[in-house]
Design a protein around this ligand. Structure first.
Ligand SMILES: *Cc1c(COP(=O)(O)O)cnc(C)c1O
Length: 394
């Protein structure tokens, strides 16, 4: 058949544009700072994952630059061949100590950790049980397995237990996977209860704490510390690309987990290791969390103030318990309009629309930043109030 083999590229893209589902990239002309210049406009940044503003911390910048000067721009290899530097090992040791686990392992990204590790933890004859709102990188990791799957209703422990009861007789290994902090709603998985159910039914527990690390728990130690169960979750997975302000995935758990993971994870074995600058900055990020508690404190002070004020204006902020605060507006078109108007007024926050959330739950997802002043937050709140009234949301 004489076909046009690449026609789908053009058609696929045009279809997205027609439905307004294509990503229109906003370009940062500054670093990712609390006041950023985006598409030529100065804005208050309310949609970066850089919660603690660590990406601009002088100690991280210095550490990145020192490491690059001393050890070069690249690592030269994948970790198992010649790409494991002492710098990488130092970060892993420091991280395990920080998280209260026996050991830890750094992946290139959080996505690479989920895609590389999950497929090794369960196979034929096993089952993976997931919260219905888990992140796409978990879903892709699960797709790479030949294992059976079950999904429980969001944070519904009754339903999880029902699935576990049923699975107990039928399967060999059972793996429960959940996000720690859910990225669309900002609520927290009941990890203490999940760990308890896991131990009752002999199931392994895996939490993706990408939005919890550096944010929840004392000094931002993450979800294990938050619930007082550090070291009891079989796999605490996370990322350096959000609150830690750098880039890179991580897992923390037992030495057995780490030995197994680095020998089996294909993303870890077959992809280059982090450049020295990245490892240097990661080390400094943990060090800053250990020695400068003000960043986590500022983040939470800002978060509480912002939520309280939004609620008193009459906005619906859903079930959030974290610095991710959704401002629920209803229709997708309204969420988009609000986001555009906010941007014009100098506030940068993106809309989250169907199919990412339910059709009538379109929202602006705001993410708080420790580096914003009270004046900045008041400025943003004033714009939310003005435009919320204009669009009949409040
Ligand atoms: C951001 C995110 C990831 C991916 O982390 P990266 O380090 O950016 O690849 C994985 N899981 C969740 C829940 C996330 O929010």
């Amino acid at each position: 058949m004489k076909r046009n083999p690449t026609l789908f590229l053009k058609e696929g893209y045009e279809e997205l544009v027609k439905k307004s589902l294509d990503w229109k990239l906003r370009i940062l002309e500054t670093g990712s700072t609390p006041h950023s210049v985006v598409d030529g406009k100065e804005v208050i940044m309310l949609c970066s994952n850089n919660y603690l503003n660590l990406s601009n911390h002088p100690r991280l910048i210095q550490a990145a630059s020192d490491a690059a000067k001393k050890y070069g721009a690249g690592s030269g290899s994948v970790r198992p061949i010649a790409g494991t530097m002492k710098l990488h090992m130092d970060v892993e040791k420091k991280l395990a100590k920080f998280k209260g686990t026996e050991s830890s392992l750094i992946y290139q990204t959080g996505f690479a950790a989920n895609a590389g590790l999950i497929p090794q933890l369960a196979g034929k004859g096993d089952i993976i049980i997931s919260d219905e709102l888990n992140h796409g990188s978990i879903i892709d990791g699960v797709r790479l397995t030949k294992t059976d799957r079950a999904i429980y209703k969001h944070r519904d422990m009754g339903e999880l237990e029902k699935v576990l009861k049923d699975a107990d007789k039928k399967y060999n290994r059972i793996l429960i996977i959940t996000d720690g902090v859910f990225s669309m709603d900002g609520d927290i998985a009941p990890m203490d209860k999940i760990v308890k159910l896991g131990s009752e039914y002999g199931a392994m527990t895996y939490v993706d704490d990408a939005h919890g690390e550096g944010v929840i728990g004392p000094d931002g130690r993450g979800i294990g510390a938050h619930f007082g169960i550090a070291g009891q979750i079989d796999v605490e997975m996370g990322t350096f690309s959000k609150a830690y302000g750098v880039v890179g995935g991580l897992i923390a758990g037992s030495q057995n987990l780490v030995n197994f993971a680095y020998n089996k994870s294909r993303t870890w074995l077959l992809s280059g290791s982090h450049p020295p600058a990245v490892a240097g900055a990661q080390f400094a990020a943990i060090d800053v969390l250990e020695t400068e508690p003000e960043h986590v404190k500022n983040l939470w002070d800002n978060t509480k103030y912002f939520k309280k004020e939004l609620n008193s204006m009459g906005f619906d902020t859903g079930f959030s318990e974290t610095p991710i605060t959704p401002v629920i507006v209803g229709e997708s078109s309204k969420a988009k309009e609000l986001s555009n108007l906010l941007f014009d007024e100098g506030v940068f926050a993106l809309p989250i629309i169907f199919p990412m959330v339910a059709r009538d739950k379109a929202r602006i997802r705001t993410m708080m930043n420790a580096g914003l002043s009270r004046k900045d937050i008041d400025f943003a709140l004033e714009k939310f109030e003005k435009l919320g009234k204009k669009l009949d949301i409040i």
